[in-house]
Design a protein around this ligand. Structure first.
Ligand code: C2E
Ligand code: MG
Ligand code: MG
Ligand code: MG
Length: 279
C-alpha cells in the first residue's frame, strides 16, 4: 500500500537530492533506514529566560543526514506527514527527547520542547505514545512541553481540545508554535488555553522595521490569557533588548545558540554560567 508522494516544492531540493529522493522507491524504507542507521538525530536549541539569560527549555529539532547532505525538517517533515511515517518518527522523537532531558544533569530543571505535528496529535495512539515516553524516561511531566503549530486547528476543534485536555491532565505543557502565521481564531486560542505562545520569527525579523505592533498585540493577548511568551529567531542584541523591554518572557535564536547535538549542551550551559554576574 504505497502512497504516492506529492513533491510539491522540488525547488526546495538541490538537484542531486531531488534525483536521489526520486530513486528511493519507497520513502518509508528510506526514512526507516534513516532511523535504523542513526541518520535521524535530534539537535537542541536553548530557549533562555529574558532577564537572566539562563536556559529555561531546550527545543528538540530533528535532523536527517542523507549521505553527505543534511536535509532540513521543513522539507522532510511534510514528506513524513504525507507518507504516514510521521507517526513512527514522531514517537521516536518524543521518546528520545524525554530520555535525553531526563539525563541533563547540567539543567535538571529545564524543560524539553518537542514539536508535534497536528497529524500526530490527532492520531488515536498519541496519548498512549506520550505516556510510554514519560514512563520509559521517568521524566517529570512538567518538564515536557509540546509545541503545536497553529495551522489546521480550525478543522479539528473538538478533537484538538480533547487531546490538549488529556495532555494537561498529565501535567505536560503545551505551546502554540509560529503564532500569528496560521488561521486559528482568537476565541479558539482562549478555549485551548496554551501555557506558552511562541511568536514567529517573521515578526521578530520585521520588528525593527516598524513591525512591532503584532508582537505587542500578541503580548497583550498572552497576558490576558495567562500564557507565557517566547520570541523565536532572535539574532541580534538589539532585538533581544527590544523584546525584553516589550515584556517577552523567553528568547530563542542564534544570538544565544544554534541548535546543537545533545553531547554539546553541557559545555554550552557551563559557558553561560561563567558569563553570569554572580550575585
Ligand atoms: P520551529 O518549531 O518553528 O523551529 C524553529 C526553527 O527556527 C528551527 O529550524 C531553528 O533552527 C530555526 N531558528 C532558531 N533560531 C533561529 C535564528 O536565530 N535565525 C534563524 N534564521 N533560524 C532560527 P529547523 O530546525 O530547520 O526546523 C524547522 C521546522 O521543522 C520547525 O520549526 C518545526 O516546525 C519543524 N520540526 C523540526 N523538528 C521537528 C520534529 O521533531 N517534529 C515535527 N513535527 N516538526 C519538526
Ligand atoms: Mg517549534
Ligand atoms: Mg516555531
Ligand atoms: Mg517558526
Amino acid at each position: 500500500e504505497q502512497k504516492k508522494l506529492h513533491l510539491t516544492s522540488p525547488r526546495m531540493f538541490t538537484h542531486d537530492l531531488f534525483e536521489n529522493l526520486k530513486n528511493i522507491e519507497n520513502l518509508r524504507d528510506g526514512l526507516q533506514n534513516a532511523i535504523n542507521n542513526k541518520q535521524l538525530y535530534l539537535c537542541y536549541q536553548p530557549i533562555v529566560q529574558c532577564k537572566t539569560k539562563q536556559p529555561w527549555s531546550f527545543e528538540a529539532l530533528l535532523r536527517w543526514q542523507f549521505g553527505s547532505e543534511l536535509i532540513r525538517p521543513d522539507i522532510f517533515i511534510p514528506l513524513a506527514e504525507q507518507s504516514g511515517l510521521i507517526h513512527e518518527i514522531g514517537a521516536w522523537v518524543l521518546n528520545r527527547a524525554c530520555i535525553d532531558a531526563s539525563q541533563w544533569q547540567h539543567s535538571p530543571n529545564a524543560s524539553v520542547s518537542v514539536n508535534v505535528s497536528i497529524i500526530q496529535l490527532l492520531d488515536d495512539d498519541f496519548i498512549y505514545i506520550l505516556d510510554k515516553a514519560l514512563k520509559t524516561s521517568k521524566l517529570a511531566p512538567e518538564r515536557l512541553h509540546l509545541e503545536i503549530t497553529e495551522s489546521m486547528f480550525a478543522d479539528n476543534k473538538v478533537k484538538v481540545k480533547e487531546r490538549l485536555n488529556a495532555i494537561k491532565d498529565r501535567n505536560v505543557q503545551v505551546s502554540i508554535d509560529d503564532f500569528g502565521t496560521g488561521y486559528s481564531s482568537l476565541s479558539q486560542l482562549q478555549t485551548l488555553n496554551f501555557d506558552t505562545i511562541k511568536i514567529d520569527r517573521s515578526f521578530v525579523l520585521n520588528m525593527l522595521q516598524g513591525g512591532e505592533a503584532i508582537i505587542r498585540a500578541t503580548l497583550f493577548i498572552a497576558n490576558e490569557f495567562g500564557s507565557k511568551t517566547v520570541a523565536e529567531g532572535v539574532e541580534s542584541l538589539h532585538e533581544a533588548e527590544k523584546l525584553s523591554e516589550m515584556g517577552v518572557d523567553y528568547l530563542q535564536g542564534f544570538l544565544f545558540a544554534k541548535p546543537m547535538i545533545n553531547d554539546d549542551l553541557r559545555q554550552w550551559v557551563e559557558r553561560i554560567d561563567t558569563q553570569q554576574p554572580q550575585d
